[in-house]
Design a protein around this ligand. Structure first.
Ligand code: SF4
Ligand code: SF4
Length: 270
């Protein structure tokens, strides 16, 4: 798969912390209602895809094919996906209607954060409270309302704290890869593995359970049973595997005997 580059605007954000305060309220009575759901670029996280594909009752592969555009995230060489806008006059989100979002309770992380933006953060930075900024769009009237929030209160109210927690190890991979020299390139195979484990959870499940994968790693039985039935656990297991794949690091360890046997069989065939 070819991934076009995702270039982001280079506007220095004003840093907000968890206790920063702001006024905001979004509701149907505002003249701007749903204008923010058109002509936008929304990068989806792995957990966003799980929530949305379940909401639509389709497989992750189908969801990716119909609703997303693959891109390469700048400075990382890693494939990510954005929500594909419709080809209508306003480039509307496929889930927006005149009376709001039809997937509201499963909306993506970026929609939950809005009107806040979040800088990509490592575990440590997240534990320190994070780095947020306002997405000030002139059409958004929500800032004129009299409901006051702290950044932390907003995150909890919107359920984005749960999304961040589930995606944390994946976000850490991106931060870590971004910090490496740009000349460290990934092979197409590694990029495709990253894409599958990050976004295509149904395909990743087949890869784990219908190949020799489980025999090649030392994975506790309880973990195997957990990831067989718990989709979020499988997703987070995938992040650990990607850590091993990209950095040869983390909790996941190879089963050296199985690897040696596999190499032996392979050399016999060649
Ligand atoms: S533009 Fe702002 S206030 Fe208006 S609907 Fe979007 S988020 Fe709500
Ligand atoms: S997913 Fe929902 S909230 Fe997000 S842009 Fe689309 S319609 Fe708006």
């Amino acid at each position: 798969m070819d991934f076009p580059k995702n270039e982001t605007a280079n506007i220095p954000p004003v840093q907000l912390g968890p206790d920063s305060r702001f006024n905001f309220r979004c509701h149907k009575g505002l003249s701007c209602f749903t204008t923010c759901c058109r002509g936008i670029n929304i990068m989806l996280t792995p957990y966003d895809i799980v929530r949305l594909k379940n909401r639509m009752q389709i497989s992750s592969s189908e969801f990716l094919a119909v609703y997303t555009t693959p891109q390469l995230l700048e400075k990382t060489d890693l494939p990510v996906v954005t929500l594909k806008m419709l080809d209508d006059k306003e480039n509307s989100c496929p889930f927006v209607r005149n009376d709001g979002c039809i997937v509201y309770s499963d909306r993506p992380t970026a929609c939950r954060y809005y009107p806040l933006g979040v800088a990509t953060l490592s575990f440590k930075e997240q534990e320190d409270g994070g780095f947020y900024f306002f997405i000030h769009e002139p059409h958004c009237r929500g800032f004129e309302e009299d409901m006051e929030w702290t950044v932390e209160g907003w995150r909890k109210d919107q359920g984005v704290d749960i999304h961040d927690q589930i995606n944390a190890e994946w976000t850490d991979l991106i931060v870590r890869k971004r910090s490496l020299p740009p000349n460290i390139r990934l092979t197409d195979k590694t990029k495709n593995m990253f894409f599958t484990a990050s976004y295509d959870i149904d395909r990743f499940r087949r890869f784990v359970f219908e190949s020799s994968f489980l025999s090649l790693y030392n994975i506790k039985k309880e973990m195997v049973e957990k990831i067989r039935t718990d989709e979020v656990a499988l997703l987070q297991f995938g992040f650990k595997w990607l850590k091993w794949l990209l950095f040869k690091d983390g909790e996941l360890k190879m089963n050296e005997d199985a690897v040696a046997l596999r190499k032996e069989k392979f050399s016999e065939k060649t």
